[in-house]
Design a protein around this ligand. Structure first.
Ligand SMILES: C[S@@+](CC[C@H](N)C(=O)[O-])C[C@H]1O[C@@H](n2cnc3c(N)ncnc32)[C@H](O)[C@@H]1O
Length: 444
C-alpha cells in the first residue's frame, strides 16, 4: 500500500500537494485539500482523438471509478462531453452510460469508446489516401467534383479559404470509399472514426482563432492557412489517431459496454431507478463555455447542424445557457438558499439577465441531482467536478452552493477538495476565470 502524501488534518488548512500521474484509490483525500495534479495521460489512447473544452484529465475520473465502483459495475456520466469517464470506465472494466445534449459530444464519445480492428482501419485509411492523391492529380475536374461535397452553411467564405473548402470537400468525398474498403464489415464505426479525424483539424484550417471558446475570426492574429494544409493535417491526424487506436484495442476489456443514448438530458435521465453504482461528471461552468458555438464549424462539416436551424435552438438545452428570454428575467427569482439568493439579488441590481442565468443554473443542477439520486443505488456516490465563476466582478462560489443543493436533494457531502487547473485548451476570458476546480463527493 502506498503511503498518503497528505499531512493536513480534515477540514483544516492544508498545503498544496502536487501529484504527478495517478491519485491512488487507497488515499483518503482530506476535506478541503488543495491538489495540483500533473496529468501524464491527457492524450493517451482515445483520450487524444479530439480537443474538448474543460475536458477532464483522465486521472481524476480514473481515481473516482477505482475508488467508488467495482469491476463489472455501472458508471454514469450525465454531462459526458468528450466521454473521458466512459473511456476510463472501459479501461477499468466497468459498464458506462454517457449522456449529453450535444450531438457532437455524443458522436465523439461513441468514437472514443468503440474499438476498431486496426487492420481494417488501415484498409479504410489507404482507400481514402488513394482518393486524395487522385484529387491532387485531377486538376479542375477533380476540384469541381470536390465542391459538390462541401456542405451548405452560412458565411462559408468568412470561415474558410476557398482552397480549404475544396480540400475538405475532397476528404468528405473520399469517405465514399470506406464502405468497399471495409466490406463485409459495417462501415459506420470506421466512417465515424474518420469523421472525428476530419473534425479534429477543422479549427486549425479555418480562419477562426484556434484557442477560443467562441468561434471567431480575429484579423489581428494574422493566421496563416496555406493550400494543401487540410490534406496534410488530415493525413497526419489519421496516422496519429490510428496509432492511438492500435494501442487502445488490447487494453480495452471486451465485456465493458458503453451506452450513449440519443435522447439524453442530465435533467431527464433515460434510466431505471437504482441501476447505477457510481456517477461522475463535470457540469458546464455558468455562462462560460458555449458548446454549440465552440463546435459550430465542426458541426457543419460533420452534418450535425442542419442548415437553417439557428444555433440558439441548440444552446437553449444547455445547463448554464446564455440564451434566456427577457420575460424570464424581468423579475427577481428566489431559489430558497439564503446566500445564493442574496448573491442573485445583488447581481439583479446591476444585471437582471445574468442574475437569472445564475439562478436558473442552480434550478437545473437541482433537477440533475434529483435524477442522479433516482438512478443511483443506495450508498453509492456522485462525484461532481465544478469550477467557480466570476460574474459581473463577483465570485460565485458554485461549489459551495452545489453542496447545499445536494444536501437539499438528500445527498451527504462525504468530502470535497480542490484541484488546481493548469491548462484548459479553450480559454475562458481572463476576468471570468478561476484556476481551480472543486471535486465534490456526494453519497446517496
Ligand atoms: C464541462 S463539459 C464535460 C466535459 C467532460 N467531463 C469531458 O471530459 O470531456 C460539460 C458538458 O455538459 C453538457 N451539457 C450541458 N447541458 C446539458 C444537459 N442539459 N444535459 C446533458 N448534458 C449537458 C455539455 O454539452 C458539455 O459537453
Amino acid at each position: 500500500m502506498l503511503t498518503t502524501p497528505f499531512t493536513g488534518s480534515a477540514g483544516g488548512e492544508t498545503p498544496l500537494v502536487t501529484i504527478t500521474g495517478d491519485l491512488q484509490p487507497e488515499w483518503d483525500i482530506p476535506v478541503n485539500q488543495h491538489l495540483l495534479i500533473i496529468s501524464r495521460n491527457q492524450s493517451w489512447l482515445s483520450h487524444g482523438f479530439h480537443k474538448y473544452p474543460a475536458k477532464f484529465f483522465p486521472e481524476l475520473p480514473r481515481w473516482a471509478i477505482r475508488k467508488y465502483s467495482g469491476e463489472g459495475e455501472h458508471v454514469l456520466d450525465p454531462m459526458a462531453g468528450s466521454g473521458t469517464v466512459s473511456v476510463e470506465a472501459m479501461l477499468a472494466n466497468r459498464h458506462s452510460v454517457a449522456i449529453d445534449v450535444d450531438p457532437f459530444a455524443r458522436l465523439l464519445t461513441r468514437v472514443k469508446t468503440t474499438t476498431l480492428d486496426p487492420s481494417i482501419l488501415d484498409r479504410a485509411v489507404a482507400a481514402i489516401a488513394e482518393a486524395l492523391v487522385a484529387f491532387e492529380a485531377g486538376g479542375d475536374p477533380a476540384r469541381m467534383q470536390a465542391w459538390t461535397h462541401v456542405p451548405p452553411f452560412a458565411y462559408q467564405e468568412t470561415w474558410f479559404q476557398p482552397f480549404i473548402l475544396e480540400e475538405l470537400g475532397a476528404i468528405r468525398g473520399a469517405f465514399a470509399r470506406v464502405r468497399d474498403a471495409v466490406a463485409p464489415h459495417a462501415p459506420g464505426p470506421y466512417l465515424d472514426f474518420l469523421r472525428i479525424c476530419l473534425s479534429a483539424i477543422i479549427r486549425e484550417v479555418s480562419n477562426a482563432d484556434n484557442n477560443c471558446t467562441r468561434t471567431v475570426v480575429r484579423t489581428r492574429l494574422n493566421k496563416r492557412v496555406v493550400p494543401g494544409m487540410a490534406l496534410r493535417l488530415f493525413r497526419r491526424m489519421t496516422q496519429v489517431n490510428v496509432a492511438r487506436m492500435r494501442e487502445f484495442v488490447p487494453l480495452a476489456p471486451a465485456g465493458a459496454t458503453v451506452a450513449v443514448p440519443e435522447d439524453g438530458d442530465a435533467r431527464a435521465i433515460p434510466l431505471e431507478p437504482g441501476t447505477m453504482d457510481l456517477a461522475v461528471t463535470s457540469p458546464p461552468y455558468i455562462n462560460a463555455v458555449d458548446y454549440p458555438r465552440t463546435h459550430q464549424l465542426e458541426m457543419y462539416m460533420l452534418d450535425l447542424s442542419p442548415p437553417g436551424r439557428p444555433l440558439a435552438e441548440a444552446k437553449r438545452k444547455h445547463i448554464g445557457t446564455e440564451v434566456v428570454r427577457a420575460v424570464d428575467y424581468r423579475e427577481l427569482h428566489r431559489y430558497g438558499l439564503a446566500d445564493l439568493d442574496a448573491q442573485v439579488e445583488s447581481l439583479y441590481a446591476i444585471d437582471k439577465r445574468r442574475a437569472y442565468i445564475v439562478h436558473q443554473y442552480f434550478v437545473d443542477m437541482e433537477r440533475n441531482f434529483r435524477e442522479v439520486w433516482r438512478v443511483l443505488k443506495p450508498g453509492s456516490r456522485y462525484v461532481v467536478v465544478v469550477g467557480n465563476n466570476i460574474i459581473r466582478e463577483q465570485v460565485v462560489p458554485t461549489h459551495s452552493y452545489l453542496m447545499q443543493v445536494a444536501e437539499r436533494v438528500g445527498f451527504n457531502v462525504e468530502t470535497y477538495f480542490a484541484s488546481e487547473v493548469i491548462r484548459h485548451y479553450i480559454k475562458v476570458p481572463r476576468k471570468e476565470r478561476i484556476n481551480q476546480d472543486w471535486v465534490l463527493v456526494l453519497r446517496k
